[in-house]
Design a binder for this molecule. Sequence first.
Ligand code: FES
Length: 292
Amino acid sequence: MVISSRNISARGDLRLVVSIYGGELFMSGVFSPARAKIKERTLRTDKWWLQPLITFAVLFSFIIYATFRAFENANYFVEPLISPFYSPCLSQACVAGSTIAGFTPVSAHILNFALSPALIILIFPLGFRMTCYYYRKAYYRAFWLSPPACAVAEPHEKYTGETRAPLIFQNAHRWFFYAGLVFNVFLTYDAIISFKNAEGQWGHMSVGSLVLLVSSSLLWFYSLSCHTCRHTVGGRLKHFSKHPVRYKLWTWVSILNHKHQQFAWYSLAAVAFADIYVRQVASGAWTNFYFF
Ligand code: FES
């Protein structure tokens, strides 16, 4: 048996590694032999549990609502507004007017199961958020208590990082980032289209126009502040001086990157509200008020 410590974590944690006959066991948290021999899980006396609790409540509520909406398959379009949960609408089951130039390459049914148009595209925005570096930190803490908060020992006996399935798929974040950019283009298109009236004439603005505009703008801020975006524009360079354009882009993205956590929450709230708004208008519960 060989005991050594080294930095193995993507989070930068220094972990104790016990190698047994070529295999490795990561001793961590309250079970770590290197931890001070105290009974308490933490010596913190503040409300350290409040933040993970709020995170859990908000994310869990969003998951429940988004799941309900993805399967509802109704009330997602009312001229000229479309819910971001259903855009782009690619199914042959999409209601009239909700598609882009009638492009519907996906069948309305799979094995006699009526497929909601939201389920066709859900994997992309969902994958983008699930693999986001910030959300990973948030839901690892809130859902898996790994760890629940700074200086609070996690209850798990073993730590394997993101080195095996399913967490190794977090490395797909780069590809979800690219897909997210494509979706942002579609949602921006939806926001522009919303400056029509219900008869399809340009030059009008409603509350729905503002709702979709804010939602799509915050999604751009969320994407452009992404760590992958920062690496894409400024990573793998030895000399910024030889790449002035990429350096400039990197400095701009770096400014946004400092606010990535805020953009993550703001954009989530804005997308959820945009869907709620379109649903309420489409169902007739609310009136989409026009300014002009
Ligand atoms: S790190 Fe959060 S979206 Fe990329």
